[in-house]
Write a protein that binds this ligand. Structure first.
Ligand SMILES: [Zn+2]
Length: 143
């Protein structure tokens, strides 16, 4: 969980551009991002993007690229952080390249549902085993 607080507005001209991907407006606010894992990072936002964040628009900070992502860019640039998931087994007549009764994995990122992923039951089982392997040490599967 990343919290964001704003400091500003920045006075005077000559401010560097907003850190939102493809936004070239002058920055008006210092956005302080804080996570328990990485501590505090500062970036810059224009007035329009600060207003979007204040209005509840989902956002993400890409620390590797040092770019602020909102809107569709939040889900398409780099890995998408997932908050929740659900496995469903498709039943009935499904014309699928992944065999009968494929498994559909639905992922949720914030308020958005990420496009679902369909896989064979064998792939889903392997994914489940892989997830167990990266869980808590006490939950590791024996080989
Ligand atoms: Zn902007």
């Amino acid at each position: 969980m990343t919290t964001i607080t704003f400091e500003g507005p920045i006075r005077g001209g000559g401010a560097p551009p907003c850190a939102v991907l493809r936004c070239s407006a002058a920055a008006e606010w210092v956005a302080a991002l804080a996570t328990r894992a990485t501590g505090r990072t500062e970036t810059l936002l224009c007035g329009a993007h600060k207003a979007q964040v204040d209005g509840g628009t989902p956002w993400r900070w890409d620390s590797a690229e040092r770019v602020f992502l909102v809107g569709p860019d939040r889900l398409t640039a780099g890995p998408t952080p997932v908050d929740d998931y659900r496995f469903n087994v498709q039943v009935g007549d499904i014309d699928s390249a992944v065999g009968p009764a494929p498994v559909v994995l639905k992922l949720t990122a914030g308020r958005d549902e990420v496009p679902a992923v369909m896989m064979s039951r064998e792939t889903a089982a392997a994914l489940g085993r892989a997830l167990l392997d990266i869980g808590e040490p006490g939950w590791r599967t024996q080989r």
